[in-house]
Design a protein around this ligand. Structure first.
Ligand SMILES: NC(=O)c1ccc[n+]([C@@H]2O[C@H](COP(=O)([O-])OP(=O)(O)OC[C@H]3O[C@@H](n4cnc5c(N)ncnc54)[C@H](OP(=O)(O)O)[C@@H]3O)[C@@H](O)[C@H]2O)c1
Length: 427
């Protein structure tokens, strides 16, 4: 069972690393709001990063937002830098779980995973980069397993709603669920909305490195997952979706990679039937198609060259039509934003053999929540940590590098998320 207790040598349940970053500041607020949900009603926690001054400032700001006189008497500060392995080791030795908010993960993530595994600290990240997530599984799963350390990646908007949404849909279906398609739509209020530059940079380097991911996958040497029931239908690169009544495209994030990893784990470890999965995102009407095509072509062209990448990094707002910005969204913009995943599942009712004929039953579920990047992501990340701390007996039986669905399939994470505003329902 996972080690989840603090001790004099390991005094913190949670250490937020990268706490002074754009996302980190919201993770601080979320941990402060949920500190009574720790084991026995308390949570001992610290924040960490490379600049003590920045960390002090972000803690003051968080106290102000939360209406508290101060946080510094209950929250310690640890200075640690990715470039200084000793400082990372010293940080990891002090925490039960490290919440890692330092990205792009392809550049900064591995030293943190390594230090956590070697120091016996569990770690959770909010990475949306399949190459990093799968690479960590390939390189650290065995070592993490031996050490009893749980490394759970993609615990933010990428990809907890999708991964847990597929499991929720499967669990609500009476029979054998064989396919699920998800359709993501994002609601934006009158103030507009955008995503912070940190995620834009992760996307740029992720696209540029696409071919490496194929090479990495070969190294796993996996057999294809068995197909149960009728094959999932293939959609085109752009189509009108009756499900969300707007044009839709395949979702470019980490969701498909993450859900596949979870399904493989559930097949191999628990002998469950695999669910085939397709992920799509609604993009709106014809004017959105024109913008997306233009921005997509420019991105696709520029990302191949280093001068192009530099341009994309320098001018996120221009090249993304305002979707990404160096300042990130304002709090007002976040208040007006929301996300909605609609899951359309098909399968075979109880007693119906999935190897015979077409699916004979359908299910529709929703996962809905607040603004995706900086409200839902901290909620998902913190609830994932709270789940590890409170339900170690329900995690996979050995440590290892896991997707959220693999780590949390047998826990109450969905109920916990539901209580915090990420709502799961059957419609
Ligand atoms: N899954 C999701 O849906 C989701 C949502 C939001 C964000 N994210 C991901 O989270 C990551 C962070 O995004 P962000 O927008 O918060 O980026 P950001 O504002 O640039 O924050 C990056 C953080 O990394 C720290 N850092 C950089 N180099 C470091 C080093 N050498 N040692 C220690 N710390 C270092 C920075 O410290 P300083 O403050 O000292 O500069 C900062 O705290 C990105 O990968 C993004 O894609 C994912």
């Amino acid at each position: 069972m996972a080690m989840v207790s603090t001790s004099s040598a390991r005094p913190y349940h949670i250490i937020i690393f990268g706490a002074s970053g754009f996302t980190g500041q919201f993770v601080i607020e979320e941990v402060a709001r949920t500190s009574s949900e720790g084991p026995k009603g308390t949570l001992k926690w610290a924040i960490a990063g490379r600049s003590k001054q920045k960390l002090e400032k972000v803690l003051e700001q968080a106290a102000e937002v939360l209406g508290k006189p101060e946080l510094k008497s209950e929250v310690d500060i640890i200075v640690a830098d990715i470039g200084e392995p000793d400082s990372l080791a010293a940080m990891c030795k002090q925490g039960v779980i490290v919440l890692n908010c330092v990205g792009p993960y392809r550049f900064f993530g591995e030293p943190v995973v390594k230090a956590c595994v070697e120091s016996g600290a569990h770690t959770i990240d909010i990475c949306g980069e399949p190459q990093f997530l799968e690479g960590m599984q390939l390189n650290y799963h065995n070592q993490a397993s031996e050490k009893g350390v749980y490394v759970v990646g993609s615990c933010g908007f990428d990809s907890i709603p999708a991964d847990m949404g597929v499991l929720y849909t499967r669990d609500q279906f009476k029979g054998t669920l064989t396919t699920v398609e998800s359709f993501l739509t994002v609601g934006i209020g009158p103030e507009g909305g955008c995503i912070h530059d940190g995620t834009w940079q992760s996307a740029i380097y992720g696209f540029a490195d696409g071919p490496k991911l194929r090479g990495l996958r070969k190294k796993f040497g996996y057999q294809p997952l068995p197909v149960v029931g009728a094959k999932i239908k293939r959609r085109s690169a752009l189509f009108f979706s009756n499900e969300v009544e707007q044009y839709a495209v395949p979702f470019m994030g980490a969701d498909v990679s993450v859900v596949k990893r979870s399904q493989r784990f559930l097949v191999e470890e628990h002998k469950e039937n695999p669910v085939q999965y397709g992920a799509y995102a609604g993009i709106g009407g014809v004017s959105s198609i024109v913008k997306l095509l233009f921005a997509g072509m420019m991105f696709w062209f520029l990302v191949k060259f280093s001068f192009g990448k530099n341009l994309l990094i320098k001018y996120p707002e221009f090249f993304s039509f305002g979707m990404f910005s160096k300042a990130g969204p304002t709090r007002k913009q976040m208040e007006g934003s929301s996300f909605r995943f609609a899951f359309y599942g098909e399968g075979y009712t109880e007693g119906q053999d999935p190897s015979q004929g077409k699916p004979n039953a359908k299910i529709r579920t929703l996962v809905q929540g607040p603004e995706a990047g900086y409200v839902a992501t901290p909620i998902a990340m913190v609830q994932a940590a709270i789940t590890i701390l409170n339900e170690p007996e329900s995690l996979p039986k050995t440590g290892g590098v896991y997707s959220p669905g693999a780590a949390f399939a047998k826990t109450s994470l969905i109920e916990r998320l539901d209580k915090h505003g990420i709502k799961f329902s059957v419609v």
